[in-house]
Design a protein around this ligand. Structure first.
Ligand SMILES: Nc1ncnc2c1ncn2[C@@H]1O[C@H](COP(=O)(O)OP(=O)(O)OP(=O)(O)O)[C@@H](O)[C@H]1O
Ligand SMILES: [Mg+2]
Length: 353
């Protein structure tokens, strides 16, 4: 077991062994073992659990690590066999709807990318998914192929005009099992407009509970803006689990302590069921020491919660949204698709254990 320094840091809850931390690179990008994810998920022939080698078409984006200039000169990856097309894998259905808020007040860490790709990966596992876009930027709506121009109705109308979720949801063009409550630009004013509302922190919770009473949904994923304002607080009150994406970059844990404090306050005052159940390392660059150091630090803080699957930095992942797609439909055999499917599988199997 990891040496603990109890009392020094409330975040230091870890069950990660030194072997895991100091293993080679592949250990950090490995998929869950059969006993971690349940034997039914383990199929050696399934692309869901094949370690994700880099293909020439899915090369990493250039490194910017000044501490490790040699990273730029790293040898190109060896040529690979053509990847086999992914096979459909059914994921386990949770006993109750799992409501995840994808939150991190740090910007650009992969919240939206994670929300939309996990949504489609879970749907491809034959689960029913609702994505709630709570970010005025509307990036999740775009990636899921949903119209969110001015005039469309969505999360703003649900929060501030008493629309029901059922009235405003749209089926994603990515997968018919993904429903989206889009974000429109109106949502930009919602932080201020919510301040004067009655029960302003609970408006999404109320609307979602009402929706889930009549509609069968396995997963709700709420994409949040990069701030701890009333929109994120509405999401934290409505959710049962937090999915915290952490970018393997400088200052990765910056702001996480503040988020954890906010979570504690929400638990005490508004939603005692909330748990930080899942941490996902994103944009891992295997050529840099920095990525490994960040991954190690995160696993030291959030050992149990951190998924084994790590999302690598990948050109395909960043290209997909400009086509109004997730990487899962844009390039299903890419390493980005395979790792997001593996992350979805890990989450789904953890949920039934
Ligand atoms: N694994 C990845 N590899 C390469 N690029 C990525 C990866 N994940 C996300 N990106 C890119 O990084 C940028 C930020 O990602 P994303 O929009 O998901 O972050 P975010 O946390 O939702 O940002 P914001 O805080 O602004 O809402 C986007 O351009 C996205 O395409
Ligand atoms: Mg975002």
């Amino acid at each position: 077991m990891e040496e603990q320094t109890p009392g020094l840091d409330p975040l230091s809850q870890t069950n990660v062994s030194r072997e895991t931390l100091h293993d080679g690179q592949t250990a950090r990008i490995s998929y869950p073992s059969p006993d971690q994810v349940g034997t039914a998920a383990w199929d050696a022939s399934s692309p869901h659990f094949v370690a994700p080698p880099m293909s020439a078409s899915d090369e990493l984006t250039p490194s910017h690590d000044p501490d490790n200039p040699g990273a730029r000169r790293a040898a190109p990856p060896a040529p690979e066999p053509v990847p086999t097309p992914p096979q459909a894998v059914t994921l386990p259905r949770p006993a109750h709807t799992r409501i995840f808020v994808v939150a991190n007040q740090k910007g650009g860490v992969g919240k939206t990318t994670t929300a939309v790709n996990l949504a489609v990966a879970l749907a491809q596992g034959d689960l029913r998914v609702l994505v709630i876009d709570l970010d005025p930027q509307g990036n999740a709506s775009t990636a899921l192929g949903v119209d969110h121009r001015l005039g469309a109705r969505g999360s703003y109308e649900v929060l501030l005009q008493s629309d029901t979720i059922a009235e405003d949801i749209v089926v994603s063009s990515e997968d018919p099992r993904v429903l989206v409550l889009p974000a429109t630009l109106d949502l930009a004013g919602a932080e201020i407009e919510l301040v004067s509302q009655v029960a302003r922190e609970k408006r999404l919770d109320k609307a979602l509970k009402r929706y889930l009473k009549d509609h069968a949904v396995d997963y709700v994923l709420i994409d949040c803006p990069p701030a701890l304002g009333l929109l994120t607080i509405n999401a934290l009150v409505a959710a049962s689990e937090i999915l915290l994406p952490i970018q393997c970059e400088y200052y990765a844990l910056e702001g996480v302590t503040q988020l954890v404090r906010t979570i504690e306050l929400i638990k005490t005052d508004l939603n005692d069921a909330l748990t930080l159940s899942t941490v996902l390392l994103t944009m891992f660059d295997s050529r840099t020491k920095l990525s490994s150091q960040v991954a190690e630090e995160v696993r030291a803080h959030f050992g149990r919660q951190t998924l084994e699957t790590v999302i690598p930095r990948s050109v395909r992942i960043s290209e997909a949204p400009s086509y109004g797609q997730t990487v899962l439909t844009y390039d299903p055999a890419s390493v980005g698709s395979r790792t997001y499917r593996a992350a979805a599988s890990e989450i789904a199997w953890r949920g039934v254990q």
